[in-house]
Design a protein around this ligand. Structure first.
Ligand code: PAF
Length: 283
């Protein structure tokens, strides 16, 4: 499998390799790949003859230096796993910070239409500016026709869609369903930082979201929020950071239901120092 750490080598490779009309798919990741990522890569391979998997722990999207330092990095294992999926059609781009940012890794100031102000944006200052900056750079570097993002980071997915629209970027964004462990825990690179016991117990996150969905037709938003808070109240292992009901398109946080709109329940939970996020369509 081809693995590039320089954008110049990557684009030279595809200039020679891609025939007229062939599309390129991009699956942007920060590595420590798991079944959730692999399911996205497999989906991309159905549509695109070649799929670039970028593996880059983007410094500008971390508001907490310890989180950046502790983020799992297992490049060799990632390459091995992708090789076993398809070593001809998957190409890895795993650059150093300088190849993406030059000497100065800072976020651009990108207007994100207010989609970045609530939930993750509220609790992780500057996070989405960093995400938008690196995603835009990756699109410029890889020049994909399709880019695939998991719905686990639902706010990120909507922000990337906004970014593409507002800059009229020539790429189609494809959202991919959340891939879950048998107990419902959404797959995440951060799950590697959990003990087996905590991983098993973390099924309670999805249980709480499912309960919110089940009670959505009959309860008010306030009642559902109270119910979720109560789910975590006496839980010593997991601390709820937020649960919000956001309108799917705009991510606006409403207090009352509008029957013509679609909503997502989104939450962030701490398991010790590990922060987990998850969401569910409510209607
Ligand atoms: O979802 C992620 O892994 C990251 O936020 C992304 C999209 C690769 C940008 O660094």
């Amino acid at each position: 499998m081809e693995v590039f750490d320089k954008q110049l080598d990557l684009s030279t490779y595809f200039k020679r390799r891609l025939s007229e009309g062939q599309t390129l798919g991009l699956v942007p990741t920060m590595g420590a790949l798991h079944e959730g990522h692999f399911s996205i890569v497999r989906k991309a391979l159905v549509t695109d003859p070649y799929v670039v998997v970028s593996i880059f722990v983007n410094p500008t999207q971390f508001d907490n230096p310890n989180d950046l330092k502790n983020y799992p990095r297992i490049l060799n294992a990632d390459i091995e796993n992708l090789t076993s999926i398809d070593k001809e059609r998957i190409v890895v781009y795993a650059p150093a910070v300088e190849d993406v940012y030059g000497a100065n890794p800072i976020s651009e100031n990108i207007h994100l239409g207010g989609l970045d102000l609530q939930m993750e944006g509220k609790f992780r200052k500057g996070h989405f500016q960093g995400v938008a900056t690196v995603v835009k750079k990756l699109f410029e570097i890889v020049k994909p026709q399709h880019a695939y993002f998991g719905e686990k980071d639902f706010q990120q997915l909507q922000i990337v869609r906004h970014l593409v629209k507002s800059f009229q970027l020539p790429v189609q964004i494809i959202g991919c369903e959340i891939y879950r462990e048998a107990n419902g825990l959404a797959m995440s690179s951060r799950n590697r930082l959990l003990s087996e016991e905590t991983k098993l117990a973390a099924g309670c996150i999805f249980q709480s979201l499912k309960k919110a969905k089940d009670t959505f037709p009959t309860k008010t938003f306030d009642e559902i929020k109270e119910q979720v808070v109560a789910d975590f109240e006496n839980n010593t292992r997991f601390q709820l950071e937020y649960f919000e009901i956001a309108e799917t398109e705009t991510l606006a946080i409403h207090t009352r239901k509008n029957k013509s709109k679609k909503y997502r329940g989104c939450m962030a939970v701490f398991a010790g120092s590990v922060r987990l996020i998850d969401n569910i369509p409510l209607n």
